[in-house]
Design a protein around this ligand. Structure first.
Ligand code: HEC
Length: 160
């Protein structure tokens, strides 16, 4: 009994300084924030392929269009809740230059989850036809773009 009490005290003594060092670090939440920004870059990369074709900047390629649309759809279905820990918002001390995620994400939850579902819905329609021709791709671009924008307008700090 006594032994385990001592062990607990020792564990606390060891853990406490580490905790405070982490809390004082401006770069708390580093891996989660980097992870979700990389996740967004995967969206951007694949969407830019579809956008380039839709605009006529790049020649339409059915296989590449279908693959990019399927990548977007798969990404939108990826479980990503662990990338968004409470407290990792841009208004938090030390995080203004690190993340653009607004505090409203957590205070209005689960609205952001609904916005994510809106994007998945638009991407489901896109993935079903992206390989069927340029017109099919084009006719779904607006809805997909709105799926991204619909969430950014509410939950991502605009740096423009
Ligand atoms: C459900 C909400 C939501 C949806 C849907 C969404 N985003 Fe985002 N996005 C965010 C948030 C929040 C951030 C800010 C993340 C941060 O800085 O921690 C962000 C950041 C980004 C960034 C900047 C990443 C970086 O390196 O800092 C890009 C690019 C991006 N999103 C692209 C997209 C694209 C393209 C789509 C649609 C295919 C999309 N997003 C859909 C919420 C969303």
């Amino acid at each position: 009994m006594k032994k385990s009490f001592i062990a607990a005290v020792v564990a606390l003594a060891v853990a406490a300084p580490a905790y405070f060092a982490f809390a004082a670090d401006d770069f708390a939440f580093k891996s989660q924030i980097e992870g979700r920004q990389a996740f967004m870059q995967v969206y951007r990369f694949n969407l830019s392929i579809l956008g380039g074709m839709a605009k006529g900047d790049v020649e339409y390629d059915a296989d590449l269009a279908a693959a990019s649309a399927n990548n977007l759809l798969a990404a939108s279905k990826m479980s990503n809740g662990a990338m968004w820990p409470m407290g990792s918002h841009t208004e938090a001390a030390g995080l203004a230059d690190v993340t653009a995620a607004k505090e409203a994400i957590w205070s209005t939850y689960p609205d952001i989850a609904d916005k994510g579902k809106d994007l998945t819905e638009a991407l489901t329609a896109m993935a079903a036809v992206a390989g069927d021709g340029l017109e099919s791709l084009r006719s779904n671009m607006g809805a997909v773009g709105n799926g991204c924008k619909g969430c950014h307008e509410s939950y991502r700090l605009s740096r423009d």
